[in-house]
Design a protein around this ligand. Structure first.
Ligand SMILES: *Cc1c(COP(=O)(O)O)cnc(C)c1O
Length: 501
């Protein structure tokens, strides 16, 4: 309300009350001013109604919300459903212009401000997470795989004769597809088994680079966050190779922003060698719905080249979700989440070792993975350790991955992998990985172990039977076993027996 409106208000309610109300409003306006001025995460998170007021003001600045606006174009931010309008705070124009995803949209000052402010918040949060020397970043409304592809295509444009991507193996289909869909050729560098851990073979990488010729290589794509028993790549060593051979270095930091170990690796690699871009998922790091990514790097011109290669306008949805979430968290809230995650990682490790002891299993010795663990699984003589995964799934456990030791060859986008899922052709044992990612609670962990214990008991019981019966009739036995599993889990869910909490 302006001064005139306020003085009119004073005719309706006592002036002192109006003044006090106006002062409260000015405090919020001041908060908004400080935010727009500094474009950093506030120390303390904002209340929902404060964020809503800011968003309402921003959406008032978009042409589709102008009073009496008359649109005669083909894209006028028209919305049919009021539900959809409210879901987006009436911001309907998206972000960017046809030539650049970070360009300002003349019809939509409000949406453009959301985009610019979100990118600034993202830069700040990357610094808070540990990559202090990051120079520039932008939010892309595409998940990690597609965003990696966008980056590789931007590299490719600068190295038109190159077609190879040097890629330390990580068994994640979207990584492979990001290269194939970009029309590039993955060159797999197999991981080295060091103790229980899978680590980058930088010697094999250097040999491969020399063999192919650095000028024929679009980039090296490394990975930080990954499932144990794989460890984050040796970023520093790879960065030094990239610098030596003048090859772009792209880092898949999918959920690595939440781990100070991963961000430290990126920071150090950029300091001692070459890092061009690192990409991180919004949903995996910031507790927002799937659909967005942050593309970040150390050279603003390169980051701009990538943003310019995005064809057309883009959804503002992921930026808006991040904008709201970061304002709501504040830097204190974000730091607390990171700290809690670290505590939960330690707790998960302790509980996993106790679980291993009481079930006669072994936790694999993975020193370098700061987010997940792997536990060796009992080798069933009938080789059906993956049933454990199914049993966990029917008990509403999600995210635990059971990796069966196998010499099966899997083809992903035309690329063949032996023992796919294990990150290695012949990793010595079947194992299960569990992760302590941001947002996990102690209840998640405790409940998981209750259910996992039940699954293990059940697995051991049924597999003794299966060994005997399977000598007579393999197929029939399998069917019977599956029925047993289903009966058991149906019973569990009825009686609540699957649960102790
Ligand atoms: C999640 C993830 C991806 C794929 O991410 P999308 O967001 O689904 O494209 C790629 N690599 C790693 C290491 C991941 O964790």
């Amino acid at each position: 309300m302006n001064a005139e409106s306020l003085s009119l208000c004073e005719k309706l309610v006592p002036a002192s009350y109006v003044q006090q109300g106006a002062q409260a409003r000015r405090m919020l306006e001041n908060k908004i001013r400080i935010f727009i001025q500094h474009r950093k995460l506030p120390d303390t998170g904002w209340a929902d109604h404060e964020i809503e007021i800011l968003l309402q003001e921003l959406s008032t600045m978009d042409s589709n919300n102008f009073p009496g606006n008359c649109g005669v174009g083909e894209r006028e931010g028209r919305l049919y459903s009021s539900l959809v309008a409210r879901r987006h705070f009436r911001l309907a124009h998206g972000i960017g212009r046809s030539g650049d995803i970070t360009a300002v949209q003349p019809k939509a000052a409000g949406s453009s401000l959301v985009m610019k402010l979100t990118n600034s918040l993202a830069l700040d949060v990357i610094k808070i997470s540990g990559v202090q020397s990051v120079a520039s970043c932008f939010v892309v409304p595409m998940a990690t795989g597609m965003s990696l592809m966008l980056c590789m295509l931007a590299f490719r444009a600068k190295r038109p004769n190159a077609k190879y991507v040097i890629w330390p193996r990580i068994d994640q289909k979207s990584c492979i597809k990001s290269m194939i869909t970009a029309g590039l050729e993955p060159v797999v560098i197999e991981n080295k088994l060091e103790g229980d851990e899978l680590r980058t073979d930088e010697v094999a990488m250097e040999t491969k680079i020399q063999e192919l010729g650095p000028e024929n290589i679009v980039c090296v794509m490394t990975t930080t966050s990954c499932f144990a028993p794989r460890a984050p790549d040796r970023l520093e060593e790879v960065a030094v190779l990239c610098k030596k051979f003048t090859i772009p270095h792209l880092i898949n930091n999918a959920y690595g922003l939440q781990s100070s170990k991963c961000t430290h690796l990126i920071q150090q690699a950029a300091r001692t060698g070459r890092v061009d871009v690192f990409v991180q998922s919004l949903d995996k790091n910031f507790l927002v719905p799937v659909g967005g990514c942050i593309v970040a790097g150390f050279d603003p011109n390169l980051i701009q080249d990538i943003s310019k290669s995005y064809p057309g306008r883009a959804s503002a949805g992921p930026s808006l979700d991040l904008f709201i979430t970061l304002l709501s968290m504040g830097s204190a809230g974000y730091r607390q989440l990171l700290q809690e995650r670290k505590q939960m990682y330690t707790y998960l490790g302790e509980q996993l070792r106790l679980c291993a002891d009481r079930n006669d299993l072994r936790v694999l010795d993975i020193k370098h993975n700061p987010i997940s663990y792997a536990i060796g699984l009992p080798e069933a003589t009938d080789g059906k350790v993956t049933e454990l995964g199914g049993m966990l799934f029917t008990r509403f456990v999600s995210g635990a991955r059971v990796i069966e030791k196998s010499d099966k060859v899997t083809t992903v986008s035309g690329q063949s992998f032996t023992n796919f899922g294990a990150h290695h052709d012949n990793f010595p044992c079947s194992n299960m990985t569990v992760a302590a990612a941001v947002g996990i609670t102690m209840t998640d962990i405790d409940t998981f172990f209750t259910r996992f214990d039940q699954c293990l008991k059940h697995f051991r019981k049924t597999h003794k039977t299966s060994v005997i019966v399977s000598q007579e009739n393999n197929g029939a036995n399998e069917t019977r076993l599956n029925e047993q599993f289903q009966e058991k889990s149906a019973l569990d869910s009825k009686t609540g027996k699957g649960e102790s909490t």
